[in-house]
Write a protein that binds this ligand. Structure first.
Ligand code: GCU
Length: 446
């Protein structure tokens, strides 16, 4: 029943959208799917791969259903070493970490997992579209709407813009911290299920901080067909990706970094106290953003699952093969696909604990749900945090500082990594107050 609810929740936007679609929209969707399949097939051909292993089904009665039996979840319990250099030497100082081991891990993520972000990316010209004084709850706010116009003079047939809105509390007279969310855009007519929670932006504004919303799909589409468009397509001049080229998660992270560049120029913002937040696919993007851009002070990484903070070596919920399939492969580099055949999960030279090690020693919060969020493997994300502990320790900090998986609603917040399992499934709402408390405590904002 719980799994069914989860499935319905995931499919709901599509179902609602399906009812309202015009024949033109239907044909556009079919065209996108065809283009996506062709791009996926082309990547496999570039890699010399004939076939990938199939992903698991979220439906317990479907073929090849996902595993939810913890006793079978750890086929490869040994994680790659974090504090050993590729040449076998041990890392025992912060300097060795910073100058030698960390760059090695970044290189592996670039080449094998998320792809290489091109050098000399085009400039972004941020244009303020409007500024409005409004009320948010009982607070006066100033809403700044921006468009980040990406310089496309080298390939004018692709134009790319980043949509960003920044809401600032007008009552605060010093530079404010900001929480920036990667936001979903739901199809017209789709209203998320009603909730009695205070919207996150209002909670953040009540705290005296700013709330920013960046729209990832405005500059890189969430499908394989879009890889020859958006910022990835612009830089490739409309050509398809090579296996080590960046995937969509890296492109979304780039957009967040560009937004932070802008925030650094806004006097009302304290750009040293900016958090990145994302849920599910955008939780993956938020984790990648924090790992690669060390200017982000903290983050709320919600239900990021496979491809995010879940250990790839875990057999629980979604697995590597799901992400390698034509529906989701665009998030990653082409080179990642080989771990869904011929290679296996244990051939991965890194795992999600390595991604967390790139965030260290900064504080961040892992949020996830019980009752319907098992697809994301809450325990696999917790275990990744535990696996990154030695790196936090090397830097004189406590990471998650725990080895026992916590009970529902038990907050872990005594080290740099916060963790909380809320009881309401694949949503972020119930953990927002905990994250806000965490951020205030870790960045000493109260
Ligand atoms: C799918 C996908 C997940 C992803 C999720 C989402 O369920 O398998 O990896 O996190 O969509 O973004 O909602």
């Amino acid at each position: 029943m719980k799994k069914l609810c989860f499935l319905v929740y995931l499919l709901l936007p599509m179902l609602v959208f399906a009812q309202q679609r015009t024949p033109e929209q239907d044909s556009l969707i079919a065209q996108t799917q065809r283009k996506t399949k062709a791009d996926h097939a082309d990547m496999l051909q570039q890699l010399g791969i004939k076939e990938l292993r199939p992903g698991r089904s979220g439906n317990p009665n479907g073929t090849n259903p996902a595993n939810y039996d913890e006793s079978k979840a750890n086929p490869f319990p040994n994680l790659p070493e974090l504090l050993t250099l590729n040449n076998g030497k041990k890392v025992s100082t912060k300097k060795q970490w910073e100058y030698h081991r960390r760059p090695e891990i970044v290189k592996i993520f670039d080449e094998e997992i998320y792809g290489i972000t091109p050098e000399n990316l085009p400039k972004v010209n941020w244009v303020l579209q409007s500024t409005k004084n409004e009320k948010m709850g009982k607070y006066d706010v100033n809403v700044l709407t921006y468009k980040g116009q990406v310089d496309n003079h080298l390939y004018p047939s692709i134009s790319v813009n980043i949509d960003l809105t920044i809401t600032l509390p007008t009552r605060i007279k010093k530079p404010v911290p900001v929480v920036m969310e990667f936001a979903f855009v739901f199809p017209p007519g789709f209203n998320p299920p009603p909730s009695n929670e205070i919207p996150w932006k209002e909670q953040v504004i009540a705290k005296g901080w700013g709330a920013a919303v960046i729209i990832p799909a405005s500059f890189q589409a969430d499908n394989g067909a879009g890889l020859t468009e958006g910022i990835i397509g612009l830089v490739n001049k409309g050509k398809r990706r090579s296996p080590s080229d960046w995937g969509t998660l890296k492109a979304w992270a780039w957009g967040a970094s560009k937004a932070l560049d802008l925030m650094e120029t806004i006097p009302q913002i304290n750009a040293e106290k900016v958090a990145i937040m994302g849920h599910s696919r955008f939780g993956k993007a938020a984790a990648v953003t924090m790992a690669y851009d060390t200017r982000f002070a903290t983050g709320y990484i919600a239900s990021s699952g496979e491809g995010g903070l879940k250990l790839h070596r875990r057999d629980f919920g979604e697995i590597v093969e799901n992400i390698a399939g034509s529906g989701l492969y665009h998030w990653m580099s082409g080179s990642f696909l080989k771990y869904a055949g011929p290679k296996g999960w244990n051939d991965l030279p890194i795992d999600a604990h390595s991604l967390i090690s790139l965030i260290a020693p900064r504080p961040f919060f892992i949020g996830v749900g019980n009752n319907g969020d098992n697809w994301t493997d809450p325990k696999g994300m917790f275990m990744a945090a535990v696996g990154a502990e030695p790196v936090y320790q090397l830097m004189g900090k406590t990471g998650i500082g725990a080895t026992e998986f916590p009970a529902v609603e038990q907050m872990i917040d005594w080290g740099q990594i916060g963790f909380r399992l809320h009881p309401k499934g694949h949503v972020t709402g119930p953990n927002w107050p905990s994250f806000i408390e965490f951020m205030a405590k870790k960045l000493k904002l109260d």
